[in-house]
Every structure is written in structure tokens, then in C-alpha cells.
Design a protein. Structure first.
Length: 178
């Protein structure tokens, strides 16, 4: 995880614009990003798909592009990793980034396990079809959301990693402790 947003802002990404769209609009910039991480010594790179679920993409009128954007993100990372492997023989793992929905679970919000599971299945399947080696569930703050994401990721048969985010009081935004 190498400051994807910061790097893409430096290449012209505007605040508020979803970087996931760049996987189809500006694929050379996404390839540059992956190649930069690999050149810096990364042996694992994350796809450009952190906000690639239908809840996040609907904010940008792209809810119907989940499969397209996630497959493109995975294929670009896979292309960079495979080129490195071919050049050097050194392995680079492609991790399919799955971030939170940005929604709150019932009763605080309207998100249900079923709707979260469905969204994460759609994203995980597209990342798997695009060629990732592992699914990387990241920056979660709700146990319920982590559970839905892991359950969805398991349907692909790929290995799964999951992380949560905690503040200086050792709590997630939803009050979860490590």
C-alpha cells in the first residue's frame, strides 16, 4: 500500500474523483503506479479497486460498472506483476483490494448483511476473474462488514487477508477493539 491516492493526485487525479475509473480511463497511469511500487521493491501490490463496490461507485454514477472496473484493475496489476516476473524471475503477488462500502449496518444505517455480502461477492468475483492471487479486505471498521466481506471472498476459493483500522484510542470508528 504505497500512497495510491497521493501518487495519482500527482498524476492529475482530482479530489473527489474515483480512482477506480482510471483503470479504464487512464490505464497507463495505473500501470505506472504498479510498476513504481515493484521498482521500489514491493513483492505484493494492491489493485486499484479499494472503492470498487457498488455502494461506493453509485456515488459517481458507476454502480453498473463494478465488474468492468474491478476486472480492469486486476488485469493491470497482473500485467505489471507478470512483466516483472518475466524480466527478473522474481514473484510479485497481486492482491485484490476490497475496501468498505461506506455504509452503516442496521440499526445505525440501512446496510444489511445480505446487501453487503452481495456487493462484496460481485467485487470479489470480478477481481478473481481479472487474475488476482489473493483478496485483500482492508481498512474496515465494522466486524459485521468484515464478516460479510470474508464470507463473500470465500466464494472465490482464493486466499484472503483482512485488516481493520483503529484510532489512537485503539478503537475502530464503530468501537471495535483489536
Amino acid at each position: 500500500d504505497g500512497a495510491t491516492g497521493t501518487n495519482l493526485f500527482g498524476r492529475g487525479l482530482e479530489t473527489g474523483y474515483p480512482p477506480e475509473l482510471w483503470s479504464v480511463e487512464r490505464p497507463d497511469d495505473i500501470l505506472w503506479l504498479h510498476e513504481s511500487f515493484i521498482a521500489a521493491g514491493s513483492d505484493l501490490i494492491l489493485t486499484n479497486s479499494f472503492g470498487g463496490n457498488n455502494f461506493r461507485l453509485k456515488l459517481h454514477g458507476a454502480r453498473d460498472r463494478v465488474v468492468e472496473l474491478n476486472e480492469a484493475a486486476a488485469k493491470l496489476a497482473r500485467q505489471a506483476a507478470d512483466a516483472h516476473i518475466k524480466r527478473t524471475g522474481s514473484q510479485v503477488v497481486v492482491a485484490g483490494s476490497i475496501g468498505p462500502t461506506g455504509e452503516l449496518f442496521e440499526p445505525l444505517g440501512t446496510l444489511t448483511h445480505s446487501s453487503a455480502f452481495g456487493a462484496f461477492c460481485e467485487q470479489a468475483d470480478a477481481l478473481a476473474n481479472g487474475g488476482v492471487d489473493v483478496l485483500w479486505i482492508e481498512t474496515m471498521s465494522s466486524i459485521e462488514e468484515v464478516a460479510a466481506a470474508i464470507e463473500a471472498a470465500k466464494t472465490t476459493g482464493l486466499p484472503i487477508c483482512s485488516t481493520m483500522t483503529f484510532d489512537t484510542a485503539s478503537r475502530s470508528m464503530m468501537g471495535v477493539t483489536p
